[in-house]
Ligand binder design. Structure first.
Ligand code: ZN
Length: 398
């Protein structure tokens, strides 16, 4: 079993579903906090659990460079390394290779680049990206893609799309041949008679489970190229599909237009993931359009700069007007920060550059994002049409 995607109800294009992954179930639509360096910045894992985060995103590029994927494999995989027992999705590393590294050289074979940390030379190919993600042990790996920059003209978007499709096939072939090498899949393999705690291996909840690989739709800001990308990826039969190359500087209306043009081309019975979006009202809008999964650094990064998302809009906690404000950050929020602390205190922590500032601001923003998705799920459950209980199991063909 790789993944199961069970749709409970639909309202218009929106779906309320459960995505069952090797490390647990995820209720969708879902927002996935970003844990770049095997940590969601400023938030320890037990608090992520308290927020009811069900799935995290890890960054392949960063973890490959430091501490190294082989180190993480030897330490039992990313889940064990960071003590996070719930699902993890890893990106392919492609976006960071293209956006962070110096002196990169792209060929059809892959990308040569220099580390942004120490200038050392590295090479990422689709095969290598799969090896790194399998070593990390993610529940969902992403195909290695070339994220088309914005703006890009049609010929550039076309060339990038062709390369991404060729890389998708190579990613898939290599992933299928090696996916049983995930650290936890090996631990749970039937040939291992006893698991570490002495119980029968057959009682291991990871027994028989394997990671999944999602394909990524590219095509720049050209609806017809997006269409071609989606159709050719669907022919390759991935268990889930992402829409990539958005939120790269284009106007928001264009982001929406590309998502709207692509979603109907993706199989209704499989999860759909839009990468790198967005503001709270955007993620709610995309979820209502039929997007099941999203991730973004915005709530965590903005929090560290004092920007809080609330039911009353954006609040810059650094502003002088909050110096003696005894209200919680968001009176309508029931998170552990809003239940306990005042705007005046959060502003003081920020002014004093106290580390707790990042912790509390981030906790609230994540709680607000998760609550935004919970409201969409509740709406779809309350107002939508129930679906026949059938499992859209998505085994990958060999
Ligand atoms: Zn709050």
């Amino acid at each position: 079993m790789s993944l199961q995607f069970q749709i409970h109800s639909t309202a218009g294009s929106a779906r309320r579903a459960t995505l069952a992954l090797p490390h647990g179930a995820v209720e969708t639509p879902v927002f996935m906090p970003v844990g770049t360096q095997a940590t969601v910045k400023a938030i320890p894992q037990h608090l992520l659990e308290e927020l009811d985060v069900r799935i995290l995103l890890g960054n392949t590029y960063h973890l490959y460079l430091r501490p190294g994927h082989e180190t993480i494999r030897r330490l039992g995989g990313l889940h064990r390394f960071m003590s996070w027992g719930r699902p993890i999705l890893t990106d392919s590393g492609g976006f960071q290779v293209f956006s962070l590294s110096d002196l990169r050289k792209v060929t059809d074979d892959g990308v040569a680049f220099r580390s942004h940390i120490d200038g050392s030379s590295h090479f990422f190919s689709p095969e290598h990206s799969m090896d790194v993600q399998i070593a990390l042990g993610s529940d969902i790996a992403m195909a290695f893609d070339e994220c088309t920059e914005y703006p890009a003209d049609r010929s550039r978007a076309r060339a990038s799309l062709d390369r991404t499709l060729a890389w998708a096939q190579r990613s898939r072939d290599h992933f299928e041949a090696h996916k049983h090498g995930a650290p936890w899949a090996q631990r749970a393999a039937p040939s291992v008679q006893r698991s570490e705690n002495g119980a029968d291996a057959s009682s291991d909840p990871l027994q028989g489970k394997i990671p999944s690989l999602f394909g990524i739709v590219q095509g720049g800001m050209f609806a017809d190229l997006r269409r071609e990308s989606a159709e050719r990826l669907v022919e390759m039969d991935f268990p889930g599909y992402a829409i990539g190359g958005l939120s790269v500087g284009e106007p928001r209306e264009l982001t929406r237009e590309m998502i709207a043009a692509t979603l109907p081309l993706l199989p209704a019975g499989k999860p759909r993931y839009v990468m790198g979006v967005g503001y709270p009202d955007e993620i709610a809008e995309y979820a209502r359009m039929g997007v099941d999964m999203m991730d973004c650094v915005l709530p965590t990064r903005a929090a560290r700069h004092g920007l809080l998302f609330t039911s009353e809009g954006r609040l810059n906690i650094k502003n002088r007007q909050y110096a003696e404000d005894h209200n919680p950050p968001d009176p309508a929020c029931n998170c552990l920060v809003c239940r306990r602390y005042t705007r005046a205190y959060l502003r003081h922590l920020m002014q004093a550059q106290e580390p707790l500032s990042a912790v509390l601001n981030t906790l609230h923003n994540l709680a607000f994002y998760l609550e935004t998705m919970r409201k969409v799920r509740n709406d779809v459950a309350a107002n939508g049409k129930p679906q026949q209980p059938h499992l859209a199991d998505a085994p990958m063909k060999r």
